[in-house]
Design a protein around this ligand. Structure first.
Ligand code: MF3
Ligand code: CO
Length: 249
């Protein structure tokens, strides 16, 4: 069932989204060769605490960290670890935050030091693909319009879009209906309505879209070992169009 949110609920989620966004802006400053993803996770934990927020993902189905930290060929749900990031790596930091009962979810891929031209292009296309999807997140459209726009854009630039993980409704829980695939046909799926709050979070690979699960049961990586990037916003559908609750201002 798709639950529509009141203006009041969206306000709470927006407040949580502002904490997520400002935290990501701080991460952009500290992510450099030598830092470990455990240190990044601890930074985020302190940052949330300082801003009166808590992690919504720590403890979620037994997940043990406040962030997912997915390096290079890791697509999503990487575990923070005690190993320094290296010059040329790319790392996606994903977090879901709870502030006064409002949830917000946003992931961002960061370069570590100097990265290759190809990695830079992957990041640019992934981020632009997110905005192509957001443009379609308008009341009256269908959910399939979002994924179709993303897939066309990504494949048009020679990259591939992950099929096995999707965006989602968010509200009282991290994952609610509907699922938001980042691929597919236009004019399919549920009608988009005012009051829906969803994530759009395309995961884009340089090589094939296929993924495999690590033995830890969480971490997903590209089947062919190619690099993967991801950008995610939490978005409210309103009369005035999509509002990015996690926008980095
Ligand atoms: N944005 C991630 C997702 O929607 C956050 C997952 S929380 C976790 O999958 F606990 F599952 F990691
Ligand atoms: Co999400």
């Amino acid at each position: 069932m798709i639950t529509l949110k009141t203006d009041e609920q969206i306000k709470l989620m927006h407040a949580a989204g502002r904490v997520v966004a400002s935290c990501h802006k701080e991460l952009a400053k500290i992510i450099k060769p030598g830092i470990t993803t455990i240190e990044i996770d601890q930074f985020v934990e302190h940052y949330l605490h300082k801003h009166g927020a808590t992690s919504a993902q720590k403890g979620y189905y037994g997940y043990e960290y406040v962030t997912c930290a997915s390096i290079n060929d890791e697509i999503c749900h990487g575990f923070p670890r005690n190993e320094p990031l290296k010059d040329g790596d790319i790392v996606t930091i994903d977090m879901v935050v709870d502030l006064d009962g409002g949830l917000a979810d946003s992931a961002w891929t960061y370069p570590v030091g100097n990265i290759t031209k190809e990695a830079k292009k992957l990041m640019d296309i992934s981020r632009e693909a997110l905005y192509k999807g957001i443009e379609k997140a308008v009341a009256g459209n269908r959910i399939g319009d979002i994924g179709h726009a993303i897939q066309e854009y990504v494949e048009g630039h020679g990259f591939s879009i992950v099929r096995d993980f999707v965006g989602h409704g968010i509200g009282a829980k991290i994952h609610e209906a509907p699922q938001i695939p980042h691929f597919g046909l236009p004019n399919r799926g549920p009608r988009i309505k005012e009051g829906m709050v969803i994530t759009i979070e395309p995961m884009v690979n340089i090589g094939s879209w296929e993924s495999k699960m690590d033995s830890n049961g969480w971490t997903v990586r590209t089947m062919d070992g190619s690099l993967s990037a991801q950008y995610e916003h939490t978005i409210a559908i309103t009369k005035k169009g999509p509002i990015l609750l996690t926008e980095q201002l």
